[in-house]
Design a protein around this ligand. Structure first.
Ligand code: NCD
Ligand code: ZN
Length: 353
């Protein structure tokens, strides 16, 4: 039996308010605990998007009523809310900036819209950017010009990890995360897991080539965090004519990583560093007292969506064999998950901001 600290997932899409048929604060945080995650940071691309005091209130009220694990809520950067977002910063997980197109309506196309956010958002609190390829380079340039830290969400490409490596060597305040789908799947895997429904392979950033995946593994020391980018959509939506991008993942991330430990591609210490120590530091998150996760490292099983807490009902890892199962989660002294069962009521989770 292995005992590790409570894990932190800094990138989760909860879907409440607005799309609770995909997921809500109840199911997302239950899924998190089942996956060994005791604290998560919720993304703002809900409906409505979280971008001011009243929408933040909306998300936090739902979270307070329903969350099983601890959490904080991101604010989204819009064209006119830099001042308001900066004022709300102490109550938010951080500011999320969408610099490339994805699910939702929070995209900032024009670089002149980025400037007020880089200037005004408090420098001691996290600014997270969805920025791929050359927009990632532009985001790093902004961080350098405005002399503030920036966290790059879900890197997926060789060119990205190499540029972040160079930026870090140059002393720039840049950190980054990588998601399981970009470590364990390539675009060539889409036909086999999508079962003739190409929409199931849609995710942003898109799945990379084998060369990209190999580069991420070869540069794990450049990667600060593992994050799920849990982005649940129903199978019906994924199989429709306009499939929304996104994979669920909060429940399967740890099992996939533990399997990589078993295969000697990763160490437990790297998991703890990238899912506890580093996110806690980067996002300035508090310690969770009397909180830990117990794992049966020898347990072998197949991933199946039917066994999961998430409402979305599918996973790109369906049928995959993994080794390492979460057997018990203790959060602030309470048994919250044990032997496959959720043991905690809605509302136990606390807002860590
Ligand atoms: C995310 C979603 O569905 O909200 N989709 C995705 O493909 N990752 C949005 C995002 O994180 O880009
Ligand atoms: Zn996301």
């Amino acid at each position: 039996m292995l005992k590790i600290p409570g894990l932190i997932d800094p990138h989760v899409h909860i879907r409440e308010p607005g799309a609770t048929h995909k997921e809500d604060w109840d199911t997302a945080t239950a899924a998190a605990l089942a996956g060994g995650i005791t604290m998560l940071l919720a993304m703002p691309n809900t409906n409505p998007a979280i971008f001011d005091a009243s929408t933040l209130e909306l998300a936090l009220a739902a979270a307070k009523a329903k969350a099983h694990c601890d959490y904080a809520q991101f604010i989204g950067a819009g064209p006119g809310n830099a001042e308001v977002a900066a004022q709300l910063a102490p109550r938010a997980a951080g500011l999320k900036m969408y610099l490339d197109s994805t699910f939702g309506e929070l995209r900032l196309d024009d670089m002149s819209l980025w400037k007020p956010h880089f200037e005004k958002y408090p420098k001691n609190l996290p600014l997270v950017v969805h920025s791929e390829s050359r927009s990632m380079a532009a985001a790093i340039l902004f961080a350098a010009i405005y002399d503030r830290p920036v966290h790059i969400a879900h890197i997926s490409l060789k060119e990205e990890v190499l540029l972040i490596k160079a930026a870090k060597e140059h002393g720039l305040k840049v950190t980054c995360e990588v998601c399981p789908q970009h470590l364990f799947l390539t675009k060539d895997d889409i036909p086999s897991f999508s079962g003739g429904h190409p929409g199931r392979g849609e995710v942003r950033p898109r799945l990379g080539s084998k060369e990209d995946v190999d580069a991420l593994w070869a540069n794990l020391d450049v990667i600060d965090c593992f994050a799920s980018d849990h982005a649940p959509h129903t199978l019906e939506e994924k199989d429709s004519d306009e499939p929304p991008p996104g994979f669920p993942g909060v429940e399967t991330t740890l099992a996939l990583l533990l399997t990589a430990v078993h295969e000697a591609r990763l160490t437990i210490d790297q998991i703890i560093e990238k899912m506890h120590t580093n996110p806690k530091r980067i996002f300035r998150l508090p310690e969770q007292p009397e909180t830990w996760v117990e794992v049966d490292e020898q347990a072998t099983y197949e991933i199946h969506a039917v066994d999961m807490q998430s409402r979305c009902g599918w996973t790109p890892f369906e049928g995959r064999q993994v080794k390492g199962r979460v057997t018990r989660v203790v959060l602030r002294g309470k048994d919250v998950f044990k032997d496959g069962k959720l043991l905690v009521e809605k509302g136990f989770g606390r807002n860590v901001r």
